[in-house]
Design a protein around this ligand. Structure first.
Ligand code: AP5
Length: 215
C-alpha cells in the first residue's frame, strides 16, 4: 500500500511519517530529508537546492522529480511506501503517475496558517537524523538534546517566521493543485482521499492516520 501525506509546512507530516514507519513498516520517502542531507554533504545538488530552501521556495521540478524517481528504483518493490513532502506540484503528481507508481491513499493533514506560524516557533530539530521535537507538544527527554544520540538540537534555517509565511504562500499556490489532482483522480480510480484535523494533539492525529491506513 502506497500512501501520500499532504499538508502545509509544519502540519505534522514528518511526525506522523516516523510513527507509520515504526508501527506499520512503511519505507518513508521524504523529499525534504533527502534535500537536507544533500545540503549537509555539500553535494552539487545540495548547493543548488539550498538557495531555494532558505528562501522558502520549492526546488524546481526538473531537479526533484529525477531524484525521487531514481530513489524509488532502489527500493524493495514489495515494501509499502509513505511519501512525505512529495508530490507537492501537479507536475510531480503526474510524474509519479506516469512512472507507474500506484498511490492507494492520500491523507491531507489540515492545519490553518495562524496555528502553523505559532507551532513552527517551537520546533526543534536533530540535523543528522531528521528527528523533530516541539518545545511544548513533543519535548525531548532532556531539554535541547536528541533522545537517541544526546546531540544538541537546532532550529531549522527555514523556520524563521518570514520564511514560514513564504512557505505557506508557496503551499497554497503550488500544492493546492495536487489536492485537486487527487480529489478528481479518486472519481476515476480506487484511490482513497482523506482529510484529518492536524490541529488535534499528536497522538490523536496519529490515531486518525493509523485508522485510515488500517481500513
Ligand atoms: P520539507 O522538509 O518537506 O518541509 P515541509 O513540507 O514544509 O514540512 P515540514 O518538515 O516543515 O513540516 P511537517 O509537516 O513534516 O511537520 P513536523 O512533523 O516537522 O521541505 C523543506 C523544503 O525542501 C521546502 O520548503 C522546499 O524548498 C524543499 N522541498 C521539499 N520537498 C520538495 C518537493 N517535493 N518539491 C520541491 N521542493 C521540495 O511538525 C512540525 C512541528 O510541529 C514539530 O515541532 C512537531 O513536533 C510539531 N507537531 C507535529 N504535529 C503536531 C500536533 N498535532 N500538535 C502540536 N504540535 C505538533
Amino acid at each position: 500500500m502506497n500512501v501520500v501525506l499532504l499538508g502545509p509546512p509544519g502540519a505534522g507530516k514528518g511526525t506522523q511519517a516516523s510513527q507509520l514507519v515504526k508501527q506499520h513498516g512503511f519505507v518513508a520517502v521524504s523529499s525534504g530529508d533527502m534535500l537536507r542531507a544533500a545540503v549537509r554533504e555539500a553535494t552539487t545538488l545540495g548547493q543548488e537546492a539550498q538557495a531555494y530552501m532558505v528562501q522558502g521556495q520549492l526546488v524546481p521540478d526538473t531537479i526533484i522529480i529525477g531524484i525521487i524517481l531514481e530513489h524509488l528504483a532502489t527500493l524493495d518493490a514489495h515494501k509499502s511506501i509513505l511519501f512525505d513532502g512529495f508530490p507537492r506540484t501537479q507536475e510531480q503528481a503526474e510524474a509519479l503517475h506516469d512512472a507507474g507508481v500506484v498511490i492507494d491513499k492520500v491523507i491531507e493533514i489540515r492545519v490553518d496558517d495562524e496555528k502553523i506560524i505559532s507551532r513552527m516557533a517551537g520546533r526543534l530539530f536533530h540535523p543528522a537524523s531528521g528527528r523533530t521535537y516541539h518545545v511544548e507538544a513533543n519535548p525531548p527527554q532532556v531539554s535541547g538534546k536528541d533522545d537517541i544520540t544526546g546531540e544538541p538540537l537546532t532550529v531549522r534555517e527555514d523556520d524563521r517566521p518570514e520564511t514560514v509565511k513564504k512557505r505557506l504562500t508557496v503551499y497554497h499556490q503550488q500544492t493546492q493543485p495536487v489536492i485537486d489532482f487527487y480529489r478528481v483522480y479518486q472519481e476515476v480510480s480506487p484511490i482513497q482521499y482523506c482529510v484529518i484535523d492536524g490541529a488535534e494533539p499528536i497522538d490523536r492525529v496519529a490515531a486518525a492516520v493509523a485508522a485510515i491506513v488500517a481500513e
